[in-house]
Every structure is written in structure tokens, then in C-alpha cells.
Design a protein around this ligand. Structure first.
Ligand code: ADP
Ligand code: MG
Length: 415
């Protein structure tokens, strides 16, 4: 497909991993807030926002800005950690990359002093010594494991203090700490709270979990200031997409508006659709509405394998609820919807389960629930609604999300 494009043009949209430079747009206010926190000793900020909205990219830009200004900042991704020791290792590795060589030795000595054995070996990429707690620590009891995480943070604080500097720690997917129980949360609070030479920016996308962790009587109550990430304003997104297309010489007819309308509120989904439009663009023909729809369908095809497997593993009541959310224009508990989609008395419970799984979210529109993923919605509309004799365009949106805060998705398309 890419061969059909005007030769020599890079796709101006990226969706793998995080984005930087010209591939990144907007977020000035959030960036300024995060950078300010990072530079303030003892400051603590919690960045929250839905998946694919652009948190990690913005956090990386913030680390970059602080580092460029000559201060120390690093980011550890906690999403895959299975134990508190894994978290400690992630943080050690991240910190060790930004601070001066002397730190690795100091860290090792201190950790050894605490009877925490450390492995030190040169990193493949940088050749700098990398540190990790010995695997044996992973097998120790929970209290010891949690203590190792606390020790690592304490040490970083102490070393930063000794050098009269502030080290900014960014901990992405911070809610994973909840896996280790409330005890671990309390221990971490105690540690974080007393550090005056570190600043903490923690981030997460599991909003319900993060809210619970900060509830009254819970460990992180009133510990962090909050920085919520909403969608980038749809008008901005649309204009940015059109400008990026123009920059690579691609003519477009309201492609930006179309992408935002079809793909919803999450930055990655919108960019993914725009990227696919460029992949499919042929010669000098402008990308029009039909082309955006075709690009959307192509993405559904790309995902079809995984989506089909996911669908097959669902229960029948779950499948019916998802069909209803995709196609119904009235609430799930109304008689019309119940009859049309074969819903049971337990529908609300089923829908709530799908919310907990991250497949659906609550909304005030249509069926009262909306898909988290517009491409999943499109697949259900196209592949599973025909089971009920309903044949409607895959781009049909029965229940828009409330993520744009009740505003209309867009001001009227131009032209
Ligand atoms: N500010 C932005 N400008 C342009 N694209 C973005 C922006 N933020 C996110 N994206 C798109 O979304 C993708 C995922 O972003 P990411 O930062 O990983 O989101 P999150 O951490 O919230 O899940 C990026 O690869 C990019 O395609
Ligand atoms: Mg992320």
C-alpha cells in the first residue's frame, strides 16, 4: 500500500510507543505543570488519564525538558512489575542512567550495607554499570521485598541530598503497587512522604483503582496533587492532522475532522486512523471522507484475528450486551433494547463487569455505556450486529463517550 503514496514521504503520524518532536502536539499546560513539579524538591503529582490519551509521551517530554535544563530526572515504567523488587529494579536502572558514574558505586555499597545484594554489570547499550537487586530478593517474604523498594528510594533521596540536588522520579503505571496490597501502599506512603530531595510524578490509567488508592482512610489520601489528562481539544487535533498532511504534500478534505469524529477521544486512536489514511493514500488524489472510512475498515481487518478470538471467549450475555452498546440508541434496561438484543435481567451486572475489564465505560448517551476502543466498536457493528439482522456502517456510533466533557465532538465541519 505504502508504495502507492507519493514517493519519499514519511508517514507524519506515529503510533508505536511514545511520540516526540513533530509527532507530538499540544499538552503545553500539562507539560508545564509536570515540569514545575519535577523541579520542586518534595513535590508530588499524580497524572491520571485514560489509556492511549498521551500520558507517557508527555511525561517523556517533561523528563527531556528537565534534563535539557541541566537537572536530573528519570522515568520508570512499573506496568510489568510482578513484585516490589521488580519495581525497585526498574527505579534503580532508571536512576542509574541519569546520575553520574559515582552513584552506581555508592548505591551498591549502601545496598550491600543493608544486606541487599546487588548485581552490577555493564549495560549493553551504554556500557555504564547497571544495577539490579539479586534475584534471590524476589523470593523473600513480602515485607523484605517492600523494604527493598523503600531502601532504594531512601538511598536515592540520601544521595541526591548529599549532592545538593533534586532528582525527579517519574513512576508510570503507578497503580500497579496496589497488586501488593494495602500494607505495601502504606509503607510506600511513609517513604515518599519524607523525601525532600526527590520529586515524584506518578501516573496511571486505571482511574477507579487510583481513586480508591487515594480515598479517605487509604494510604495515598491527600498525598499527591492531581493533574488529570483529558482528550486534546478535537478542533486542535483536526487542524493538526490536516497541517501534518499538508506538510507532506497530501491534499485532504476535512480528514482531521473525520478522524476525530470516527475515532473518538483518545489521541492514539485518532492518530492511528490518520496514519492509516496516509498509508492508503494514492498519488495526488485528495484523501476524502470515503477514504477515511476505508482506512477505518482496514484497521478493523488488521485487528480481526485478535478481535475474533476475544469475541469467542466472551459469554453469550456479554456478547449481547456488547451488541446492544454498539447498536442501541436507548438504555440497556429499556424494554425496546432488551427485546431487540435479547438482554437478560442480569444485564446491568454484565455491563458493569465489562466496565471493570476496561472494555466499556459509562456514558450519558445512547445505551448508557460506550466502547473504550472505537475499533472494537466498529468490529462489533460490522461483524456481530448482522447476527441480529442489523446491517449498519461500521463507523456508526450509537453511544458516543462523554470524554469530551459534554461538549459537541466538534464544531461544524468546515466547507
Ligand atoms: N500529544 C500527542 N501528540 C500526538 N500524538 C500523541 C500525543 N499523545 C499521544 N499520542 C499518540 O498516542 C500514542 C500513545 O501515547 P502514550 O503517551 O503512550 O499514551 P498513554 O501513556 O496515555 O497510554 C502515541 O504513540 C501517539 O500516536
Ligand atoms: Mg502510558
Amino acid at each position: 500500500m505504502a508504495g502507492k503514496r507519493t514517493a519519499g514521504h514519511q508517514n507524519p503520524f506515529r503510533i508505536s510507543g511514545t511520540v516526540a518532536g513533530a509527532y507530538f502536539t499540544n499538552r503545553e499546560a500539562e507539560l508545564a505543570r509536570i515540569v514545575r513539579t519535577m523541579r520542586e524538591p518534595g513535590a508530588k503529582l499524580l497524572v491520571t488519564g485514560a489509556r492511549r490519551i498521551g500520558k507517557t509521551s508527555t511525561l517523556e517530554r517533561a523528563v527531556e525538558a528537565v534534563t535539557t535544563a541541566g537537572a536530573a530526572a528519570c522515568m520508570a515504567d512499573l506496568s510489568t512489575a510482578s513484585t516490589p523488587v521488580d519495581m525497585a529494579n526498574r527505579i534503580l536502572t532508571a536512576a542509574n542512567r541519569v546520575v553520574k558514574r559515582g552513584w552506581a558505586m555508592a548505591l551498591r555499597e549502601h545496598l550491600a550495607h543493608l544486606k541487599l545484594s546487588v548485581t552490577m554489570k555493564p549495560e549493553l547499550e551504554t556500557g555504564l554499570p547497571s544495577l539490579s537487586l539479586d534475584v534471590s530478593v524476589r523470593d523473600s517474604d513480602p515485607a523484605t521485598q517492600e523494604a527493598s523498594l523503600a531502601h532504594v528510594l531512601d538511598l536515592l533521596n540520601a544521595l541526591a541530598g548529599k549532592r545538593h540536588m533534586t532528582l525527579a522520579l517519574v513512576l508510570d503505571e503507578f497503580q500497579e503497587i496496589a497488586r501488593f496490597g494495602e500494607q505495601a501502599e502504606w509503607r510506600l506512603r511513609g517513604v515518599i512522604q519524607r523525601h525532600q530531595h526527590l520529586s515524584y510524578v506518578v501516573a496511571g490509567s486505571h482511574l477507579a483503582l487510583l481513586d480508591a488508592m487515594q480515598g479517605k482512610g487509604r494510604a495515598f489520601y491527600k498525598l499527591f496533587e492531581r493533574c488529570p489528562f483529558g482528550p486534546i481539544a478535537p478542533d486542535h487535533m483536526a487542524a493538526w492532522i490536516d497541517a501534518r498532511l499538508a506538510a507532506v504534500g497530501l491534499a485532504s478534505q476535512d480528514v482531521g475532522v473525520q478522524c476525530v469524529t470516527i475515532a473518538g477521544a483518545r489521541t492514539r486512536d485518532i492518530v492511528r486512523l490518520a496514519r492509516k489514511c496516509v498509508d492508503r493514500a494514492a498519488g495526488t488524489r485528495p484523501i476524502d471522507m470515503a477514504a477515511v472510512e476505508a482506512a477505518f475498515l482496514e484497521i478493523l481487518d488488521e485487528d480481526a484475528d485478535g478481535t475474533q478470538r476475544w469475541w469467542a471467549a466472551l459469554t453469550v450475555p456479554q456478547q449481547n450486551v456488547l451488541r446492544a452498546v454498539a447498536g442501541a440508541t436507548t438504555g440497556l434496561t429499556t424494554r425496546t433494547t432488551q427485546q431487540q438484543f435479547g438482554l437478560l435481567a442480569s444485564t446491568t451486572k454484565t455491563a458493569q463487569g465489562l466496565v471493570a475489564d476496561g472494555v466499556l465505560q459509562r456514558t450519558t448517551h445512547g445505551a448508557g455505556y460506550a466502547f473504550d476502543d472505537p475499533f472494537l466498536r466498529g468490529w462489533v457493528v460490522r461483524a456481530a450486529l448482522p447476527d441480529l439482522g442489523m446491517v449498519i456502517p461500521a463507523t456508526f456510533i450509537a453511544s458516543p463517550t462523554d470524554e469530551y466533557g459534554g461538549r459537541d465532538t466538534l464544531s461544524a465541519p468546515r466547507g
